[in-house]
Design a protein around this ligand. Structure first.
Ligand SMILES: O=P(O)(O)OC[C@H]1O[C@H](O)[C@H](O)[C@@H](O)[C@@H]1O
Length: 582
């Protein structure tokens, strides 16, 4: 079976420029991953399609049609296809950019620009401080070829970690390491968010066998109902669940909340959670050394701890312990994933634009979106198992390329918006907006450009390769548009804001605890709470915190009408607030 991915660039945000990517023809039973970028005056999208025995990824670019007439002559198109078709034989991967309308002059200009992009990439691989914000190197490429590491100690660390992941997974699967009350672990509950969830989710969906040795579930949000749902679905298998908490920083509030909810669930299930997660054989932490999570796991004697490195970004961490441990526990051949990525890394190091698939992708993105993100990109995987690739790419592409400032401090508001669901499904949605019932050729006929990526089979090797392909394309594209792909100031600001809200929540609870422990209990107005928190300017946020906690069945009681906050009086149903800091 072939898988296909297609991507479209849409002008929904910036109507003057439209880039869409559409799948090649809906891969019937097998085919490839295709991305296409059509052009139209209507909203456009970027579909990416993936299919099984041969997978095409095709992109269509709408911007191109506005720049020039696309080639219509079938012979000329065939020649262009042959001329530009890239194939990586060892991976069974093909890249077709022939349906993107870049001109010879554009390619010449790009070849010039790529010189510095390749140089920057080379320096990055040699250990330059590619993320100056955090003063760190960017080394996800080293994870699949440790001989590239600039420091010998890191090489040993990478190799030892890989070995210990494999042996730990073997011991869990074989039952050598087992839970206290079951013969072996049967379930994984993975708690993490962003890069600490998307990669493992994508890999699980793409590669887990039908009956994996351990099944995996994810808690990747703070929705209490969603968390309850995941835990309820485990049923009695909660007792044989291995909890893996993944957080590079080890302090992400959502992840911490998820962990606290899981601990509560174990307690409520009548299990001795201390034995389940604080004792060997139940809890695993994947995080940076000495982070809050690392210290918690060490002090509480969790089953195992695996390192995350400061030189690996969350969105490129899937080939660190973050992605490898959950994958290995599901019986996925992680060394094959690494091998596929390493082959692609090598293929994308060449400085020959035409022979570098990542550079070809970056060039097409630039052409399609005018180098300013003037189009949105729709990724349409035509293979069910690759469904989450579009979601995975959303973080990789948008967190990397969505930047307010360029490397020289100029305001540029760069970004490439990514959408996508599933190939055939999207043909009944996005594609309708691009070209009724559109396929790759129909889109092209309608003036929309596309890129197609085809893989012969969805295997650990090819999945590793397509991840590596897009990682490199994003890095190269960032150089072309002179931005830093490896920091995320916007997200960091969001995290800081979330931490401030949590700190305020603690103060509110402390004030309420004091008033509620009085005899008689002293209900407080919002103004009184804000004053006692010494935060009168935060009264609106305090109101939201209280409304939220009250709605989530915490022991906090708010009397009055939500519609008139000034009437609200608040007190705690219990004096002990320990359970409420989650
Ligand atoms: O792994 P953590 O430190 O918990 O971070 C989880 C996620 O947080 C933010 O969203 C970052 O921008 C992501 O890159 C990161 O993957």
């Amino acid at each position: 079976m072939a898988s296909s991915l297609s991507g479209l660039f849409s002008s929904s945000l910036k109507p003057s420029k439209t880039l869409s990517v559409k799948a090649l023809s809906a891969p019937p039973t097998r085919g490839g991953d295709s991305f296409s970028f059509p052009q139209t005056s209507k909203p456009t999208h970027l579909p990416l399609t993936l299919s099984a025995s041969r997978s095409d990824i095709s992109h269509t670019d709408a911007a191109t049609a506005a720049k020039k007439e696309l080639i219509k002559d079938p012979d000329a198109l065939w020649e262009r296809y042959l001329d530009w078709l890239y194939q990586e034989k060892d991976l069974g991967l093909y890249l077709d950019v022939s349906r993107v309308g870049f001109t010879d002059e554009f390619v010449v200009d790009m070849e010039h620009r790529f010189k510095s992009a390749f140089k920057a990439m080379d320096e990055l691989e040699k250990g330059s401080i590619a993320n100056p914000d955090e003063g760190r190197m960017v080394g996800h490429y080293w994870l699949r070829n440790s001989s590239l590491v600039p420091k010998p100690t890191l090489k040993t660390l990478i190799e030892n970690t890989l070995d210990s992941i494999c042996s730990f997974a073997d011991d869990i699967i074989s039952g050598k390491i087992k839970p206290p009350s079951s013969p072996r672990f049967t379930q994984i509950l993975s708690v993490g968010i962003g890069g600490s969830a998307l990669g493992p989710q994508f890999v699980a969906e793409a590669l887990a066998p039908d009956n994996p040795p351990l099944k995996i579930r994810f808690i990747d949000n703070t929705d209490p109902a969603g968390i309850d749902h995941q835990i309820a679905q485990l049923g009695p298998e909660l007792a044989s669940t291995l909890v893996i908490v993944i957080s590079k920083s080890g302090g992400t509030p959502e992840t911490r909340n998820g962990l606290l909810e899981v601990q509560k669930a174990f307690r409520e299930a009548g299990l001795n959670f201390a034995k389940q997660i604080y004792m060997p054989m139940q809890g695993v932490a994947i995080t940076q050394e000495n982070s809050l999570l690392d210290n918690t796991a060490r002090i509480e004697g969790w089953l195992a701890r695996f390192p995350m490195y400061d030189w690996v970004g969350g969105r490129t961490s899937v080939m660190s312990a973050v992605g490898l441990l959950p994958a290995a526990l599901q019986g996925i051949d992680i060394r094959e994933m690494l091998a596929g990525a390493a082959i692609m890394d090598e293929a994308t190091r060449t400085t020959s634009l035409k022979n570098n698939p990542a550079a070809l992708l970056a060039m097409c993105w630039y052409w399609a979106s005018d180098g300013v993100g003037s189009k949105d990109m729709v990724i349409l995987p035509y293979k069910d198992s690759l469904l989450l690739f579009s979601r995975y790419l959303q973080q990789l592409v948008m967190e990397s390329l969505g930047k307010e400032f360029d490397l020289d401090g100029n305001t540029v508001n760069q970004g490439l918006t990514v959408y996508g669901n599933k190939g055939s499904t999207d043909q009944h949605a996005y594609i309708q907006q691009l070209r009724e019932g559109g396929t790759r050729s129909a889109l092209y006929a309608n003036g929309r450009e596309s890129i197609s990526v085809t893989i012969e089979e969805v295997t650990p090797r090819s999945v590793g390769a397509i991840i590596a392909l897009y990682e490199r394309a994003v890095g190269l594209y960032a150089s072309l548009v002179n931005i830093n792909a490896y920091h995320q100031p916007g997200v960091e600001a969001g995290k800081k804001a979330a931490a401030e809200v949590l700190a305020l929540q603690k103060r509110v609870l402390s004030v309420l605890n004091e008033a509620s422990c009085k005899d008689p209990v002293e209900p407080l107005t919002l103004d009184e709470i804000a004053d006692r928190c010494h935060a009168p300017e935060e009264i609106e946020m305090i109101y939201k915190i209280i409304a939220h906690m009250s709605a989530n069945d915490r022991v906090l009681i708010a009397e009055g009408s939500c519609g008139s906050p000034r009437s609200v009086k608040v007190y705690l149903g219990e004096c002990n607030v320990d359970d409420m800091y989650a």
